[in-house]
Every structure is written in C-alpha cells, then in structure tokens.
Unconditional design. Sequence first.
Length: 570
Amino acid sequence: MDISLLIGSSAVLGAVYCARLAKRRLELSKAKHPSLRGHSRMAKRLARLIPNFEYGVEEFFGVDGAPAAVAAQRRTGFERLARSLRSRFAKGKAENDSLRSAVSDMQFTAAYRVPFPFSRYVREQLPVPAVMLSAEGTQLTDLDGNVAFDLSGSYGVNVFGVDFYRSCIREATERADTLGPVLGYYHTSTSFNVTRLQEISQLDEVSFHMSGTEAVMQAVRLARYHTRRTHLVRFCGAYHGWWGDVQPGVGNPQRVRETYTLKDIDADTLHVLETRNDIACVLINPLQALHPNSDAPSDGQLLGSDRSARFDYAAYKAWLERLRDVCTRRSIVLIFDEVFLGFRLARGGAQEYFGVRADMVAYGKTLGGGLPVGVLCGKRQWMQRFYRERPLDICFARGTFNTHPYVMTAMQIFLERLETPEIQAIYASSESTWKRRAEMLNHRLTEAQIPVQVAHLSSIFTVLYSTPCRYNWMFQYYLREQGLALGWIGTGRFIFSLNYSEDEFAEVVKRILAAGLAMKADGFWWREDALTNRDLRQQVLKDLWRRGFRQTPPPSVRQLPPVPAEDARA
Ligand code: PMP
C-alpha cells in the first residue's frame, strides 16, 4: 500500500476519533449544571480563594444600604433578642462554650449557621443550646429547663416520634440481652428482618451496614464490580453521605475522578446515560424532588432570598420512569438512596410512593428503630460479592458492627410495628395531613404579611423568603426564642415527626407567626423598593472584594500553617 495513503487514512481515522471524543466531552459538559454546583473542581478552587472577612458591629445592621434609622431599629431588636436568648440559655451557652474548644464538629456547625461575614458576632451574641436534657412527645427540654418543639427531627431518623424509638430500644435491649453484644454471629432477629426487607423493597438480597454512608458506598462498589465500569452519576446538589466519591465538591479535599455530577430532570443527562459506556450506576436521593439541582438548603448559605423549592410529584415520577428506562436498556444500576426518605413517605418508601422500581435501595436512619444502621437491598445479580467461576475476583465488604444484635432487634421491633393499624393509619393520612398543614401555614403567613412561605415534600418543610433580604438567616433565632428547636441548618429544613397532633401543629404555626412578626417589627425585612436578589449578590461580591481580597490577600494554597513548637518536638 502507498505509504502516503496509509498516513492519510490514519490521519483521517485519528481526526474522526478525536472529533468523537470531543463530541462526547461536549455532551458531558452540557449535562452538567451551569452553576458551580455542577462543576466540583472549579467550585473547590474558588472556595480556596475566598478570604474570611467579618462585618464590624457598626456596619453589621446596614450591609444592604438601609438608612441609619432602620439599621438602628435592627440593632435595638438584635440586642433585645440577644438578652432574651442569653438569659434563656445561660447554662446551655456555658456548656456550648466548654465543649466547643474540643469538639471539632461543634466548632464547624457553630461557625456555619449563618453566612460567614456575620458568623462570629452572631455566635457570641445569640446562643442556641447544643446540649439537650430530655425529650418527650414532640418536645425537647434543654439544660436551662426550656421546652421547645422539635423541628430538627433527629436528621430524619425521627419519623414516628421520640417515644416510639425509645420504646423500640428498650424492648430491643431486653430481647437481645440473652445473646448480648456478640458479634460475628447473627442474632435470631436477622431472618425476620431479611424476609420483611425483601418484601418491602421487592428485592432479592440484603446487606447490613453501620450507617447510610456505608450502605451507599457498598451499592456503588458493587455496581462498579459487576458492570466493570468506572463512573457513578449523582445529581447536582444531592447528598448521599460524606464518602468521597459521592461528595466530589467543596467539603472533600481529595480530587474525585470517577463521579459525574449531572443535571437533575434534564434531557442532556438522559443523552449522556444513553451514549457513554463508562457509567456503572445512577444514584437518586428522592428528597431532591423538593429542590432539584440545589444543595440541601442551609441558612449558612442564605446570602439573599433566592432559595427555591417546589415539589412536583408528576414531573419527578415521570423523570424517574425515564431514568428507569434508560438504565434498563444500558445495563446501568439504578440506585435509590432512601436513607433519608425511606419509611417516611410510605411503608414501601420512594419506590412505592413514585411507583418506580430500583435495582438497589439503600435504607438507614429510622430503620434502626433509633440505633445506627445502614441497609442495602438489591437484585441478586448486583448484590453478589464473588463469581463462582472466578473465585479470586471478589468485591469485599465487611464491618465489625454490621449486624449488631441490639440494632437487629431494634430493627425487628421497628419493622413489626410498621404493620400495626396505628402506623398504617398514619401512612394513609400522612400525604393529605401535611399538605393541608403546609397550606394552612402559608395562608397564615400571607395574612400576617410576613415575607415567608414554606415548600414541602410530605412532612419535610423548607422555608422560602419572598422579598430580597440579606438577613433572612436571623429568622432561625427568632424561631428559637419562640421555643422552636431547629437543626444546625436552620430554616433550610423543618423535619416533622408524624406524631404531631393538630393542636401541636397549630401551636407551631402560632409561634412561627410570632417569630415572623417580631423579626418584621425589628426592621430586618426592610428593603429599598427596587432592590433585587441580583443586587444583593452584587453587594456580597463587592463586600468580598473590598473587605476580603483587598484587606487580606488570599494565602497561597500551598502555604502550610506553622507547626506549633511543642508539636514539632513531639
Ligand atoms: N444518604 C442520604 C440521602 C442521607 O440523607 C444521609 C444522611 N443525611 C446519608 C445518605 C448518610 O447517612 P449516615 O449519616 O447514616 O451516614
């Protein structure tokens, strides 16, 4: 063959190959969310460059350009609130202060309750107790004896009320005591749990783990093992625990190479699933149906009023059906992460609620009857950890506490109680109850002209702010003053347990309104008529530039903090 012909045709083939690669890459880029949330690496780089800055007391109350009189009104309100919280939570504050220096997690949550330029002053002035003394019904009592409605829901574990779990644990302790904490053997409750979980999930096999994070890790590991493909797909904003591969963005210092973070509810994503050959699995957190493509809403990120959420059942169901279809055709493992929502929406979880079947389902939280747990259910073909024909090609997963007898019996009791008429009745009315309650709350907020609304997915609420404002994060402290206990993400999420009675919910509404009226009266929702959320974002950027970048040049990423002398000697 003519050598020049050979070179020519190789060049053409090479060019075609490169063009195809470029096309695939472009399609992948299109399927990523245009925001930083969709671009993990860029987000991490940018996050490292943002320097700290704090608003001094003088400017704290007028960062939105409010007139001096409004800033003074806010300051007076803030000082009154500070006095009220400090006297209410005196012991709680002392305990917080003594714990904080040694408990790393507490330092983190305390620092990120509100946007960082406000954080230190708020932390000093507006204490909220981190330690609780007792719980009963829907209420928590703190060290100072204050009783508050629990809207934090124990990270979602608390579906049926704290007393339900307390009694599951008590009974489990009695039942498991004959064997005691013997590990490495199975407790007799195991076969009941397995059978019940097979029936609930409609899947063949079950594996037990210690946390939701681990159940998800195991699902992804198995999917990679069986498909021989490298990548997992997660959707923009979705939380799946703190394991590196499912948290490729800010928060994880490691570079994550084998995760695609794609747009939720989007045709470009379907196209990528349809055309790429490296995707092992798709992870779904059905809670994202409330705020697709957004991170879990937290008040620490409330720079303005552009938090948005709206649950559209039909649209999300249709999306899941399309995903199911493409995953089936492309042999991609469809994994539902029901760690948060499982057993809250329905007995059969999100699979039953949306009428779509997954290949694997991760459960956790409430399934442990109040004790720590993670469970993975899946089709036999995806769950097996070895191949008979290739005995050394295995997918390893063990864990010392994986089937702890006390956890297994608490799970058994939880699963037994799911079948009782009382729990069945709660499930049957849950959807309409929480819809009616959310509508009633929104109606009352509108009537009172408070610029706040809620969006909800069943008993999970998130607070939305209707007028552009830089102080919305203050609302969590007004709610605290009214005896409403929130999680550390503040008004981002109210998690109601399903045992809230009508009277109790009405009382919560009354308190939310009182908090809203107090915050309004203190001028925090004042705004210049023309001010938009876009203006607020620009204000933040300007402040960052003037007070942050200009005052403290960002340190070099590679510059390490000096090692204190004592540590160096050690
Ligand atoms: N997946 C989802 C959807 C979750 O909500 C969580 C916890 N919030 C996890 C996984 C991780 O579970 P755990 O905290 O038990 O590790």
